[in-house]
Design a binder for this molecule. Structure first.
Ligand SMILES: Nc1nc2c(c(=O)[nH]1)N[C@H]1C(S)=C(S)[C@@H](COP(=O)(O)O)O[C@H]1N2
Ligand SMILES: [Mo]
Length: 198
């Protein structure tokens, strides 16, 4: 199994593949619990907490600037997939439509299906983060988080919330689902921040 689908990276990729990771040929699906099914017409996305409360519809996201991305994806269960191609909306572009209180220093990502994951404002606002609706040229499949997911390339993939439907802005750090269950609060793969030390 390991030999067929997961490869040890060659030395030439050592700067791209974090320690302890294997390259995956396919794109595995990793979901805790059931997969929520949401159609684009009823889909909604909210911001609240230390931000002016606002609800976005699918058409609002489609009217925002659209960009293409090629990113590497690192799951804490030790598989990585390189050069994933996406289309979506940069977080920094999206944030032009949100009014955040300057006291907000953390964000809770909320999802259809009730998954949560936390991220600091600094990690969230990085230029390379985006909301994805297209994967390798096709609409993002439901099992990979369609209609819309967040992608945070510089952290382990559990921070890349599938079926994302809200952002809660906070003046303190709160823990999301995996972070409450032993995983690291930040999850930087090159530092192997896999598990919480407390
Ligand atoms: N809503 C939600 N988002 C989620 C998860 C989940 O269970 N629910 N799993 C996370 C984990 S652990 C990983 S590795 C990636 C997997 O994304 P994929 O299924 O598209 O490979 O999604 C992340 N986002
Ligand atoms: Mo994961």
């Amino acid at each position: 199994m390991l030999g067929k689908f997961f490869q040890k990276p060659g030395a030439e990729l050592s700067d791209r593949v974090p320690p302890g990771q294997r390259l995956s040929k396919g794109f595995p699906v990793l979901t805790y619990g059931d997969m929520p099914q949401i159609d684009r017409d009823s889909w909604q996305f909210q911001v609240w907490g230390l931000a002016i409360q606002k609800t976005f519809r699918w058409s609002d996201f489609m009217a925002m600037p659209q960009s293409s991305f090629t990113t590497d994806f690192h799951c804490v269960t030790t598989w990585s997939k390189l050069d994933v191609q996406w289309i979506g909306i940069k977080v920094t572009d999206f944030m032009q439509y949100v009014e955040v209180d300057p006291q907000a220093i953390h964000v809770m990502e909320h999802c259809y299906g009730d998954y949560t994951t936390n991220i600091s404002m600094e990690d969230f606002l990085r230029e390379e983060n985006f909301f994805a609706h297209t994967l390798f040229g096709d609409p993002l499949p439901p099992d990979h988080g369609g209609p819309l997911r967040l992608v945070v390339p510089h952290l382990y993939a559990w921070k890349s919330a599938k079926w994302i439907n809200g952002l809660e802005f906070l003046n303190h750090e709160a823990l999301g689902f995996w972070e409450r269950n032993g995983y690291h609060r930040r999850g930087e793969p090159f530092a192997e921040e896999r598990y919480s030390d407390r």
